[in-house]
Design a protein around this ligand. Structure first.
Ligand SMILES: C[S@@+](CC[C@H](N)C(=O)[O-])C[C@H]1O[C@@H](n2cnc3c(N)ncnc32)[C@H](O)[C@@H]1O
Length: 282
């Protein structure tokens, strides 16, 4: 089937509503490659081609994507249960994949509030699944780019959903590796600066520390499709947490981040290749 025609947009990818913008399904997109690796249906031949090339170099990429998704579950559950956070700002949300962030935290407290932000129009086209808040809480979806935090922070949906004077967890899960240090650090600092004391940053980022060849080949698969990937060492990932108090156990490979809290444990380090951590703003 030709998945690039407008009719197949609606059938193969199963949109909530017809997209108002050209989704450029002829080009690979990071959200859709990730969806393919996770076994989702919201992807197209161009995305699957990059995904298959990546799997050729990194056979554990599917397990790695699942591990990356499950650490988000553990991080936000711990933030809600142990740290009492009730508000979340998730930038680089990705195509909805159950359970979504609000479903995890609203299982702890239905009054939790979540703002989702992504810059890929396909995520907007599927955003209805992100808006299924428990009646006691609230969720919103804002189209925005991590590189322009002022723009999405000033969206009225943010102030309507989050109390900017109460602690908020900023979640940047598997997004900063699409940006260089020069591009990623200024907006992440601006976002953390905008949050009140007692807020948190939860961040994961790809590394080549444990499987350098696979990571280099994987990055080439993305680069061939025009998508930048920047692997970071542990010290480079720790730089995102400067000025914050790191939650236990610090910045570690994500399979080692509180594995007792759920799925995702038991993966060999080389299969995961993503660091993650949580820090509290004093
Ligand atoms: C690999 S997916 C991760 C999805 C989700 N956070 C997770 O871990 O399951 C990366 C997401 O970040 C989004 N993204 C990439 N660069 C972005 C940017 N500069 N601003 C906003 N979103 C971005 C992509 O569209 C994609 O949905």
């Amino acid at each position: 089937m030709d998945s690039n025609g407008p009719d197949s947009w609606l059938t193969e990818a199963g949109f909530d509503r017809p997209p108002q913008v050209d989704l450029r399904t002829d080009r690979a997109h990071s959200a859709r490659i990730y969806d393919y690796l996770l076994g989702g249906k919201t992807n197209f031949p161009a995305d699957r081609e990059v995904g298959d090339r990546l799997l050729g170099h990194v056979p554990g990429a599917r397990a790695g994507a699942r591990a990356a998704r499950s650490v988000m579950h553990r991080m936000v559950r711990r933030l809600a249960e142990e740290h009492g956070v009730r508000q979340f700002l998730d930038v680089g949300t990705g195509i909805p994949t159950a359970p979504n962030l609000h479903e995890i935290v609203q299982a702890v407290d239905p009054a939790c509030r979540v703002v989702y932000v992504d810059n890929d129009p396909i995520v907007l086209a599927h955003s209805r699944a992100l808006l299924s808040s428990a009646p006691e809480g609230r969720t919103a979806y804002v189209e925005g780019d991590l590189r322009e935090p002022e723009r999405f922070l000033s969206d009225p949906a943010v102030a309507a959903t989050l109390d900017l004077n109460a602690p908020i967890a900023l979640t940047l899960i598997n997004i900063v590796h699409f940006l260089s240090d020069e591009a990623a650090h200024p907006p992440v600092s601006k976002l953390v600066d905008a949050l009140p004391p007692g807020s948190f940053l939860a961040l994961t980022a790809g590394t080549s520390d444990h499987a350098p060849e696979g990571a280099a080949d994987g990055a080439r698969s993305y680069a061939d499709a025009g998508i930048e990937l920047h692997a970071r060492s542990r010290a480079e990932v720790e730089r995102f947490f400067v000025g914050l108090e790191l939650d236990e156990p610090g910045v570690v490979l994500i399979n080692r981040w509180h594995p007792e809290l759920g799925e995702g444990q038991g993966r060999p380090d080389g299969e995961v290749s993503v660091y993650g951590g949580v820090g509290r703003k004093p």
